[in-house]
Design a protein around this ligand. Structure first.
Ligand SMILES: Cc1ncc(COP(=O)(O)O)c(C=O)c1O
Length: 355
């Protein structure tokens, strides 16, 4: 389960110091590829030729992790996307080749199973191929979209995900677990342990699977030592809903998002801003960014519906992400009606002063 706050001692630049960090699944697992690819040594200095590249930044938490770990923003490179907002895998391959040619050693690629912006799923199989050709750690951010692997429709993504070196999943997003509970699955548990373990001899166990000499401490696999029992609520939700229950709810949310997309297409005042991915639908009211900004503010404060916003290719758009198992078609209808009403008021100048 996710470390919340932790202290790490890090002297890879030769001067021992401590950093205080807030952890999450990505922040934890980002350290593992570093140690794995750079010889698992905390004491090794980072020479110019060993600079790291983390490619395809999806959610900002990955950038945050890279910065907190001291790699610096300059060590990241963002890979472009295609027209459906999926990673351009050919561009990824070229970037890795360019890195090698420039004497830079890329260490990790982060792909997405369900981006925050549009719910896009990268071609995980193809990314896995590129990563294995280049000997690069393959991480998948499945924080939001991971549970879609339960649906046959997403079997291809599930196959790609199964090839990851590490994957993050937030049950508080789409497994209907109360905030917050996140986890990271790492293929090579020993890499994780040898990266993080600072366990002093008086509490170190032999790590025997029988438990006779003590099990390995969870704290040896991440930043956090003492931890809350977050696993309990994940377990309870799974016991309560069952995998079938979670699968059904995820499928319903996706169906509802498709219904919303249909309603947008059928409403002349609105337009889809991106192909709907999983349960995310980005759209906007015709009339420009200012109108949509005003609309979003009024919509949220009306209490009728909660949309967020994002930017796609520099364009401000409204974003619906359906992850509530109680959402219904009526909610979607009501939201569309309210959006259209507020849009009409703003267009005609009858909306009145605000706030
Ligand atoms: C795809 C994705 N990854 C990671 C995160 C970060 O999750 P958290 O804020 O729960 O750490 C989010 C949050 O929205 C997300 O959508």
């Amino acid at each position: 389960m996710v470390p919340r706050a932790a202290r790490i001692s890090d002297d890879r630049d030769g001067s021992p110091h401590e950093r205080r960090i807030d952890g999450d699944a990505h922040r934890s697992c980002c350290r593992a590829p570093y140690e794995d690819r750079l010889g698992r040594s905390r004491r090794r200095s980072t020479r110019r030729a060993e600079q790291v590249r983390l490619l395809r930044l999806g959610h900002s938490c990955i950038r945050e992790a890279v910065e907190l770990l001291g790699f610096g923003s300059g060590s990241m490179r963002t890979i472009g996307v295609d027209a459906t907002y999926r990673m351009d895998v050919a561009a990824l391959e070229r970037a890795l080749e360019d890195d090698r040619a420039a004497g830079v050693r890329p260490i990790a690629v982060s792909a997405s199973m369900g981006t925050t912006n549009t719910g896009a799923i990268d071609d995980l199989d193809a990314v896995a191929d590129v990563c294995s050709r280049h000997g690069v750690w393959f991480h998948v951010d499945a924080a939001y979209g991971g549970p879609a692997v339960l649906l046959p429709e997403y079997a291809a993504a599930a196959r790609g995900l199964a090839r990851a070196d590490s994957a993050a999943l937030d049950p508080h997003k789409w497994m209907f677990v109360p905030v917050e509970a996140g986890f990271v699955a790492v293929r090579d548990a020993e890499a994780m342990r040898s990266t993080f373990s600072l366990v002093p001899p008086y509490i170190r166990s032999a790590g025997s699977a029988t438990g006779v000499y003590g099990l390995p401490w969870f704290s040896e696999y991440g930043f956090q030592q003492t931890r809350g029992f977050r696993a309990l609520k994940v377990w309870m939700t799974m016991k309560h809903a069952g995998l079938d229950g979670i699968r059904d709810r995820v499928a319903e949310n996706i169906a509802l998002a498709r219904y919303l997309a249909e309603r947008v297409r059928a409403t002349p005042q609105l337009e889809l801003a991106a192909p709907p991915g999983l349960s995310v639908v980005c759209f906007c009211h015709r009339g420009g960014a200012d109108l949509n900004r005003g609309l979003l503010e009024r919509l949220q404060l009306s209490g009728d519906a909660f949309l967020t916003s994002t930017e796609l290719d520099g364009r401000f758009v409204l974003r619906a992400c359906i992850v509530n198992d109680r959402s219904t078609r009526n909610d979607v209808d009501r939201m569309i009606e309210t959006v259209v009403r507020i849009g009409a008021e703003l267009t005609s100048g009858t909306a009145g002063a605000f706030p």
